[in-house]
Design a protein around this ligand. Sequence first.
Ligand code: PEP
Length: 255
Amino acid sequence: MSRVKIMRKHIVAGNWKMNNGLVQTTTLISELKQQVKTSDAEVMIAPSFTNLWHAFEATRQDDIEVVAQNMHFAENGAYTGEVSAGMLKSLGIKTVILGHSERRAYFNETDEALAKKIDTALANGMRVIFCFGEELSDRKAGKHEEVVKGQLVNALCHLKAEDFEHIVLAYEPVWAIGTGETATPEQAQDMHAFIRNLFRERYDANVADNLSILYGGSVKPNNAKEIFSKPDVDGGLIGGASLKAEDFYAIVNAF
Ligand code: PEP
């Protein structure tokens, strides 16, 4: 399989979470196809595992990449209910979201487990959208940078510089996910600049400048433009608003 090389680009990815059965998936994809893209953003959707193949087939001719919401770190074996990188690849899926805060909170995903998942994804030639972000209590205590740094260093900083061609970062403050409360554009920019700087220090300017860093947390058609106008914000990971074709494309076209 050929690897997708990441040079910094605009990306808008819709995380459908545990929503949409087969009928709703078919309907939403056909509605998405009726939307017109006027921006240069790469468009991705992440349906549930059960609808990946259908979504992949339904978007084969379109400018929409179908990505997975999660995968296991093992190549195969006795892990009932889990899905491997090889299984995703066998469908043609090339990108996987890892480390979403809901996975961390409800399924006890640790930085250490995520580091293993990232290694497995890369070893299988996949690219990773790696999610991380602080809790409200961290921000209130002024520890948001420290927490984010810890998540990034623990999960990613064992990688080689060239591995980052296959990594997209998604900063998602937990307090802004699904709450309707968005980080201000300035808060997003400050954190994204902090993250880019961290990779400049740990690696080099090439790694830092080529990283696509997405913001996630209650991005909607009415706030996307302002958030995306910030220099270190390269796109968005969109939950609720990705379930409505018109809203999702309004966000895609906010670039
Ligand atoms: C998400 O779940 O990644 C997310 C950003 O959700 P929402 O847009 O609904 O806040």
